[in-house]
Design a protein around this ligand. Structure first.
Ligand SMILES: [Zn+2]
Ligand SMILES: [Zn+2]
Length: 171
């Protein structure tokens, strides 16, 4: 969604959704955005400073890096940014901008496209560890069974690379 600053009195609610196709380039086999990113952003204008704040959410399908099963991840984030005009503004010093907790970005002209910020916020909130659960047991390195679903009797200790090396060393 692109907002036109001249059309905003002082507050504007930017409500909509970002299409899944927007995320095509980040998608690989291990993660996909499967629902549009819905957002409800409050845009406020203070002279030529603009703040954009509000929740956004979408659902992702992520492949667990341990057990290789896909799991659903409900991504919920809160966008909180401040935009200042690119041209030097004598009333706003650099330090004043930096002292604020919000991320500061710059805009040029009369329009601001909100989509890159929504896109970036989604990427920032993708979990770093792509695992289905903290205690995911993963796959058995011997038989390949998903150990979350069933136990196997494989002697994994002896079959690891280190175990093999140790065995040949002892023989
Ligand atoms: Zn898993
Ligand atoms: Zn096994």
């Amino acid at each position: 969604m692109t907002i036109r600053l001249s059309e905003i009195e002082d507050t504007f609610l930017a409500k909509g959704s970002l299409d899944v196709s927007r995320f095509a380039e980040i998608e690989d086999k291990s993660m996909r955005v499967i629902t549009p990113v819905s957002y409800e952003l409050t845009v406020r204008k203070f002279d030529d400073l603009v703040t954009v704040q509000g929740p956004l959410e979408c659902t992702m399908s992520i492949t667990c890096s341990r057990c290789l099963e896909d799991f659903i991840f409900d991504l919920k984030a809160f966008l909180d940014i401040k935009l200042a005009p690119r041209t030097k503004n004598p009333r706003v010093s650099e330090t004043e901008l930096k002292s604020d907790d919000m991320d500061v970005y710059y805009y040029e002209g009369e329009e601001i496209d909100l989509e890159p910020f929504i896109y970036e916020e989604v990427l920032l909130n993708v979990p770093i560890r792509l695992i289905c659960a903290e205690d995911c047991k993963g796959l058995c390195p011997v038989c390949g069974r998903n150990k979350n679903l069933e136990d196997c009797q494989c002697d994994t200790a002896a079959r690891t690379l280190l175990g093999e090396k140790l065995k040949s060393f002892l023989n």
